[in-house]
Design a protein around this ligand. Structure first.
Ligand SMILES: NC(=O)c1ccc[n+]([C@@H]2O[C@H](COP(=O)([O-])OP(=O)(O)OC[C@H]3O[C@@H](n4cnc5c(N)ncnc54)[C@H](O)[C@@H]3O)[C@@H](O)[C@H]2O)c1
Length: 354
């Protein structure tokens, strides 16, 4: 079997926790280059996965100049998604880029246009579209199980989870925003996916930066991405709490999201409200289905396959089949537009019509 020759740009947390473990389970992939600005981070993967990682580099353009490299995985912080992806597409490579597409809708659209112009695949890491619970809910909705699915509510709230305070995650210019773009993208995107797409009609949103206005006074027990934090000289100008309402031609959607709050609860779920049935999906978990006619609540038991493995496989398969799969950028742009419009509404403190 011909192996896919790929380069990985960005060897941080998502590379370590998701994509390299996935690559190591695939028998059709050769990682010709692991690239990171910090060479030690790339070297870690060559040492950990010597059978699949061949070279380490700090300049991704070396990989782009190599005609053997067919596809590039862009696993950098949000601010680098656009540049690395555009360069890779222009060099004729197929690209898998982590979520969010990039820091705003206009640049996201340019990325989609470039991929289509070059005739190259560009998939986005909205991995939850490959979660088995999400697939099942989408199927139940298609079958009409919910009856009239009139509203979806989601909560992506955590007690203390501001990442890398002061660094790229909390600097709007580099991240595009805070909890809404970082976590909200997963929730809102998979709601649109389960609805089978929806035409957005109007949205309203409030966004707050409250919990670490004084970065030195922010209290926490642990901080993810702490290696990127810069409390002394950094910036925190992004949302740590958001609340919004979205009207569509299908169900309406409401949400609350918190990277941090003075409520000692982590509540990560999505409620699908139908007149026949309702479902509560535990984020990244199973769902309860409540039937309004019997008042019974059931939970199916099933294995949840690795969604990162599934999304990576589907991306590599799509190169040969030339078929746009569910994570293709064309199908994610609507979520990027929704995020942009929600932020715009929060900025002007008014409802916006699309
Ligand atoms: N799908 C998911 O569930 C999920 C989960 C976590 C993170 N992410 C996304 O993955 C991306 C990376 O997040 P992370 O937590 O792994 O960040 P990270 O900071 O741990 O890793 C990013 C790495 O990219 C490197 N880098 C930056 N610019 C580069 C360049 N030009 N060339 C080469 N290397 C470069 C950095 O040195 C760093 O090692 C983000 O966009 C984030 O939103 C997705």
């Amino acid at each position: 079997m011909d192996k896919k020759v790929i380069a990985v740009v960005g060897c941080g947390r998502i590379a370590k926790n998701a994509h390299f473990p996935a690559f190591s389970q695939m028998d059709n992939v050769r990682i010709k280059y692991a690239c990171d600005l910090i060479i030690e981070k790339a070297e870690y993967f060559k040492e950990t996965y010597p059978d699949i990682v061949e070279n380490v580099i700090t300049d991704y353009k070396v990989a782009l100049a190599d005609s053997e490299v067919e596809a590039v995985f862009v696993l950098t912080p949000n601010y680098a998604h656009y540049t690395v992806t555009m360069d890779a597409l222009k060099a004729g490579k197929h690209v898998f880029c982590e979520k969010p597409i990039t820091v705003n809708y206009a640049l996201s659209k340019e990325m989609a246009d470039e991929a289509n112009k070059q005739g190259r695949m560009l998939n986005i890491g909205v991995c939850n579209r490959y979660h088995k619970s999400v697939e099942k809910l989408a199927e139940l909705n298609r079958e009409g199980k919910f009856g009239n699915l009139y509203h979806v509510y989601c909560s992506f709230r955590s007690f203390r989870s501001i990442p890398g305070l002061g660094g790229a995650f909390t600097t709007k210019e580099q991240s595009g925003g805070g909890v809404l773009i970082d976590w909200g993208i997963h929730f809102l995107d998979l709601i649109l996916f389960i609805l089978g797409g929806a035409k957005l009609t109007n949205v309203t949103c409030d966004a707050y930066n409250e919990m670490a206005k004084d970065m030195k006074a922010y209290k926490y027990e642990s901080m993810w991405a702490e290696d990127t934090a810069d409390v002394e000289n950094g910036t925190n100008d992004v949302d740590d709490f958001v609340s919004g309402y979205v009207r569509t031609d299908k169900a309406s959607i409401s949400f609350n999201g918190a990277w941090a709050q003075n409520i000692d609860k982590n509540e990560m779920f999505i409620d699908f409200m139908g007149d026949k049935c309702g479902a509560r999906l535990a984020y990244c978990g199973l769902f309860d289905l409540t039937d309004g006619s019997t008042l019974e609540t059931t939970k199916e038991e099933y294995d949840i396959p690795d969604m990162y493995l599934a999304e990576d496989r589907d991306f590599l398969d799509s190169i040969d089949s030339n078929e746009k799969k569910r994570n293709h950028i064309d199908y994610i742009l609507e979520s990027a537009k929704l995020l942009d419009t929600l932020y715009a509404s929060a900025e002007v403190k008014k409802e916006i019509e699309l």
